[in-house]
Every structure is written in structure tokens, then in C-alpha cells.
Write a protein that binds this ligand. Structure first.
Ligand code: SAH
Length: 352
């Protein structure tokens, strides 16, 4: 029988498995805290558990660790990008960012991505599999351990589409915020989606308190379907309707991500259409100068983003230009990859 991935279990599940194995239920909380508070990932080091039970735990459970394959530090800011090897040999990337208020981490939710957005490096090598809750969580635990920092914000904006791995992502969120475990308020978490409409409704029902970010990138169906294939299934009107529902149900403002790309979505007309589309919605627009992906030829003129923001502002739409961090180590939005070989091609940053 396969061993059970203990780091993907919530406290109730752990209690039930221990009870089914003839153990006392209260042991579950002790073990849960060893894992999620003390971050001890070796049953032999759980010193208040009897030697017999530790042995039994080793027979029943496995601890799904990940290993640092490579670490790159930006020369421009304090951003650090980790390439983590998973227990099956696949890779994911994780980015640690430093802000004035503390550290924020960008985690991956899948190995590769199915969504095929034209401007995004994560889509280039295709999709392998979704991550387990433990594999998303361990990106945080391992990065905190390595960097010696406490992460105060989490963004689900790394490789993969979080709403295409809905159940595991929701489980990850419940573990991340568990009061007997890591206990991070989901107010400090943002989940970014390319717009899988039915799952936005599902997420709204859960009322988790996190910030929903929607990667919009184009104000009309024709243009959006060209750069984001998901739009051929879920058109903009249905996406906006789902966002309105999310805002109604959760009381939270939605963020729209918009990577400004010269000659694709950056004209005055695009800004006007975007303003019309979002008028009256409780939202914020995050403009991103498109980050370089070597296989693609997309650019943004710096002045283009500022002009776009100004034009939106004049039409009553609240927009900010997102600061790009870690672009010299390909750690910026849309630059993460599932492929270890790609890392050998990087020039910038210090390779550890
Ligand atoms: N699949 C999710 C999360 C991963 S991408 C999503 O689509 O939202 C995180 C953010 O980076 C998204 O807003 C995405 O559209 C954006 N992005 C992708 N490639 C980019 C690029 N080359 N430049 C700037 N932003 C990019």
C-alpha cells in the first residue's frame, strides 16, 4: 500500500487515520504542530511521541519534501528564485520577494500549464501534472527555512493555473491558514486566474477572504482569444459576470491584471474599452509592463504603460503600474518555467 502524504492532511483527517490505526486522537494535534509549526519533517525527531508510535507513523505516512536544485539571487533587488525538485523528479519554481512591509512569496500550483497564454513562459513546455497540497505548502516552508525569513504574504501566481487544480489549492489554503498550524490569514493571500469561470463561482461560495486576481490582458473577445486560448471557452462577458458574483458574495474587491503589450493591447482605444468594461465594478487594475520571454517577441514601451494608466484614471478606473522584481533572474511575472535545463541559459543573478 502507498504511504499517505501526511503534509496534505488536515487535522481532522489525521485524527481519523490515527484512530483507525488504534492510536489516540489527541496525538494528531501534536504531530500536526511538529509539521506545521515546528517544521520538523523527520518522525524520529518528534520527541514527545513514543518510539513505537514514531515507528508506526513511518510505516503509514510519508513526508513529501522538496529539494533545492538551484537558487538565483537578483542583482537588482533582493528577489530570490528557487528551482525546487519534487519527489518524482519534476521541477517547479518559487520566488521570494522583499517589500518594505515584509516578505511575499510566489508559489507554483502545477508542473507546467495547460492554458497556453501566448506571452507566458510557463506555457511553453506544456503541462505535466498538478501539485499536491503538500507540494504547494512546502515551497513556502522550505523557502522560509532557507532564507531565514517569515513570509507575510502569499501569491498564487507562479507556474500553473490554480483554478485548474481547484481541490488541492483549496486544501493548501486551509492548511496554510489552519489555526493549529501555520495560521496565516487568507487576507494576505492572492490567487491569480486566467479566468476559469465555473471555478470562480465555486471559489466565491467558499468565502475564503483572499484576493482574487483575474488576468484580463485584453478588453475584447477577439483580441483576448488570440493571446489567451481560455477565452475561447469562457468569453469576457461571462468572466466579468463571475467577477461581479465574486464581489457580491465575498465583499472583496477584484484585481484585474493587464500586461501592456505594444501593438497588441496598448492603444488608446484599448484603454477606453477597458474603462467601459470595468466601469461600476469594485475593482483595481494592475498594469504590468510585459516581461521578456525569449521565445516570444512581445515588448512594452515604458511610456506606454504610464499613458495607459493615465487614460484609465481619467475615465475613473483605478490603476497602478506594478513594480517588476527579479527580471534579471527571470523571476518576474510569466517568466517561470517547469524545465530545469532552461536555468543554465540565464545570464543575470548569482547562481548558488
Ligand atoms: N495562471 C494564473 C497564474 C499564473 S501567471 C493566471 O493566468 O493568472 C501570473 C500572472 O503573470 C498572470 O497575470 C499572467 O497573465 C502574468 N503574465 C504571464 N506572462 C507574463 C509576461 N510575459 N509579462 C507579464 N505578465 C505575465
Amino acid at each position: 500500500m502507498d504511504k499517505i502524504d501526511i503534509l496534505s492532511l488536515d487535522l481532522n483527517e489525521l485524527e481519523d487515520i490515527l484512530a483507525a490505526n488504534g492510536e489516540k486522537k489527541f496525538r494528531a494535534k501534536q504531530i500536526f504542530q511538529w509539521l506545521h509549526v515546528k517544521r520538523v519533517f523527520d518522525f524520529d525527531k518528534m520527541t514527545d511521541i513514543s518510539v513505537q508510535l514514531r515507528q508506526r507513523l513511518k510505516e503509514i505516512f510519508c513526508i513529501n519534501g522538496l529539494f533545492t536544485q538551484k537558487k538565483l539571487e537578483s542583482c537588482m533587488d533582493n528577489t530570490v528564485k528557487y528551482l525546487y525538485r519534487l519527489s518524482d523528479g519534476n521541477f517547479v519554481e518559487t520566488v521570494l520577494m522583499e517589500y518594505s512591509y515584509g516578505h511575499s512569496i510566489c508559489v507554483s500550483t502545477q508542473v507546467g500549464c495547460k492554458m497556453g497564454c501566448r506571452f507566458c513562459a510557463s506555457a511553453i513546455a506544456g503541462f505535466v501534472r498538478s501539485l499536491e497540497p503538500s507540494e504547494i505548502l512546502m515551497q513556502i516552508y522550505e523557502t522560509e527555512r532557507d532564507a531565514g525569513v517569515h513570509v507575510s504574504g502569499v501569491v498564487l501566481m507562479g507556474i500553473g493555473e490554480p483554478l485548474d487544480n481547484f481541490d488541492n489549492v483549496v486544501k493548501f489554503l486551509s492548511l496554510l491558514s489552519h489555526k493549529d498550524g501555520n495560521n496565516l490569514s487568507l487576507r494576505h493571500v492572492s490567487l491569480s486566474t486566467c479566468g476559469i469561470v465555473p471555478r470562480i463561482y465555486d471559489l466565491a461560495e467558499l468565502k475564503l477572504g483572499l484576493t482574487l486576481s483575474v488576468s484580463l490582458h485584453c478588453p475584447d473577445d477577439k483580441g483576448r482569444s488570440e493571446i489567451m486560448p481560455v477565452n475561447r471557452t469562457y468569453h469576457i462577458d461571462s468572466l466579468i459576470q463571475a467577477c461581479r458574483d465574486y464581489i457580491d458574495k465575498t465583499g472583496r474587491r477584484v484585481t484585474f491584471e493587464y500586461a501592456v503589450i505594444d501593438g497588441v493591447n496598448s492603444s488608446d482605444n484599448d484603454a477606453d474599452k477597458l474603462a467601459d468594461l470595468l466601469r461600476g465594478i469594485n475593482c483595481h487594475v494592475n498594469l504590468i509592463p510585459v516581461n521578456k520571454v525569449k521565445e516570444r517577441n512581445y515588448h512594452t514601451a515604458r511610456s506606454g504603460v504610464a499613458d495607459f494608466a493615465k487614460r484609465l484614471g481619467k475615465r475613473g478606473i483605478n490603476a497602478t503600474v506594478r513594480r517588476t522584481l527579479g527580471s534579471d533572474i527571470e523571476a518576474a511575472c510569466g517568466q517561470l518555467r517547469r524545465d530545469a535545463a532552461e536555468h543554465d541559459n540565464l545570464n543575470g543573478g548569482a547562481v548558488k
